[in-house]
Structure formats: C-alpha cells, structure tokens
Design a protein around this ligand. Structure first.
Ligand SMILES: NC(=O)c1ccc[n+]([C@@H]2O[C@H](COP(=O)([O-])OP(=O)(O)OC[C@H]3O[C@@H](n4cnc5c(N)ncnc54)[C@H](OP(=O)(O)O)[C@@H]3O)[C@@H](O)[C@H]2O)c1
Length: 249
C-alpha cells in the first residue's frame, strides 16, 4: 500500500518541471492525480501517459490558475473524475528577473497574477472540495525569500507573499484539519529555469557557489518532500516552511 493510496491530489502547473515530478511521485504512491496545466497540453498528456502506463490514475485538466472561471472549472472536472480532494499542491508559478529600472506593470501583474492571486483563487476553490477529514495544502514558495539576490524584486515579493499566505491559511484552515505548509526550493533544473537562462550560465554558477551541498537541485529532490507533506507522516505539521535547497539560505 502506498503512502497516498485512495487519496485525490490536484497539482497545479504539473505539465513540466517540479509539478510534473510531484504528480508522478504521488501517483506512484497510490494517489489519483489531477495534472493541471495552462498551455502545455502535450506536456500534461505525457505526464498522464507515464502515470497510467505504470498502473496509476491521472487526468490532465487545462486551466489558468490566474482566472477564477478556469479555477472553478478545474475543480468541477477534478471532482467529476475522482471525487473529494485530499491534497492540493500550489506549484504553478512564473518567474523572470530584472533590475529595478526594468520593472514594468505588466510583468508585476503577470507574476503576482499567477504566483499570488492564482494561489489564492485555487486555494479558495479547493477549500470547498476537501472532505470532512480535511487534507493537506502544499505551497511551492522559493528559497529566494531566505536569501534574496539583486534583480529579483518582483519574483521575490511574490514568494514573500506565499510565505505569508502559508502562515495565515495554516491558522485559518486548521479548524477543518486542512494543513498548509510550504516547500521553498533552492535552484532546481527545470524547463522553466532553462528557458530563463538560469542553467548553464553565471547565474547557475553563483547559485551553486552559495549552496553548501554544492549542486543545483533536481525535481527529484523536491518531490519526496512534497510526498512527506502530503502524507500522514507530517500529520502534526502546519504553517511550516521547509527550505529544500541544499542548504542555500
Ligand atoms: N526551478 C527553480 O529553480 C525553482 C526554485 C524555487 C521555486 N520554484 C517554484 O517552483 C514552481 C515550479 O517551477 P518550475 O521551475 O518547475 O517551473 P516550469 O518548469 O516553468 O513549469 C511551470 C509550470 O507551471 C505552469 N503554469 C504557469 N502558469 C500557469 C498558470 N497561469 N496556470 C496554470 N499553470 C501554470 C506551467 O504550465 P504551462 O507550461 O502549461 O504554462 C508549468 O506546468 C514555481 O512556483 C516556481 O516559482 C522553482
């Protein structure tokens, strides 16, 4: 029996990167998994196919976390597929880095719209779908809030908001036995970090130099910690922010 046998999990932004690995890990432990994505249909379907091939249960459901109507639809479809919710992973996120003089309204709203408003809209809707026994919400923040580099004011601010939301909602949802914790990853090699040029350049070298364990992370470094927070093993944890960063702080 797996650690999540019989459980239902929604993972936002699971078509690639950290979210995809969490989806596969949860499914391997017996969860029925909703693989949410915004635009990468092929990526999401590949994740679902890998899970199903191994005997797991998963469906891909499109929807932008930043749009309330999409979020409503996501949970309606998730409920129709698998029933009440046990685990939510707020993983969907966007990032881009720029010095103060290059900050724009559009970029501010793009990052806050997904990373903060999106997380709140998803959590608000998810809260209606947990069963009477409660469940677990895992927010993916960032170790960047512990050690903020220059040229990251907008992104670091979004993840600072995520840290705060974790603390607030842990208290707000505790009476319903819904635990709320964060994983704050250090630098992790994903499609996203490749796309913004973080991997293979000076940015990666600087992150590795500041990381005591001396390497960039992989999604496989993050997913087992998400499994811990999703499962009964962490039943007495709420409001925690776990730095999963090779010691970067
Ligand atoms: N990688 C790192 O070094 C690192 C470090 C700390 C924290 N994080 C955080 O970890 C999370 C995942 O990062 P990653 O590197 O794995 O990212 P990634 O490779 O860029 O993947 C991002 C995922 O989020 C989805 N997404 C983006 N906007 C969305 C929206 N509006 N609605 C629904 N899904 C959306 C993408 O789906 P589509 O492709 O369909 O758009 C994709 O599945 C983010 O919250 C990020 O801030 C990452």
């Amino acid at each position: 029996m797996g650690k999540l046998t019989g459980k239902v999990a929604v993972i936002t932004g699971a078509s690639k990167g950290i979210g995809a690995e969490i989806a596969k890990t949860f499914a391997a432990e017996g969860a029925s998994v909703v693989v949410n994505y915004a635009s990468s249909k092929d990526g999401a379907e590949k994740v679902v196919a890998e899970i199903v091939e191994k005997g797991g249960k998963a469906v891909a459901i499109q929807g932008s976390v930043a749009k309330a109507a999409d979020v409503f639809n996501l949970f309606a479809k998730a409920k129709a597929a698998f029933g009440p919710l046990d685990v939510l992973v707020n993983n969907a996120g966007v990032y881009a880095f720029a010095p103060l003089e290059a900050v724009t309204e559009d970029e501010f709203h793009r990052q806050f719209g997904t990373n903060v408003l999106g997380l709140l809209l998803v959590t608000q809707e998810a809260a209606k779908h947990f069963g009477p026994d409660g469940g677990s919400i895992i927010n993916i923040g960032s170790a960047i809030t512990a050690s903020p580099p220059p040229n990251t004011s907008v992104y670091t601010a979004t993840k600072g908001a995520v840290d705060s939301i974790t603390h607030v909602l842990a208290k707000e949802l505790a009476p319903r036995n819904i635990r709320v914790n964060s994983i704050n990853p250090g630098g992790v090699e994903t499609e996203g970090t490749h796309a913004v040029g973080m991997i293979g350049g000076d940015f990666e070298k600087s992150i590795v130099a500041q990381t005591p364990l001396g390497r960039i992370g992989q999604p496989t470094d993050i997913a087992p910690v998400a499994l811990f927070l999703a499962s009964a093993d962490s039943g007495w944890l709420t409001g925690e922010i776990l730095l999963v960063s090779g010691g970067l702080r």
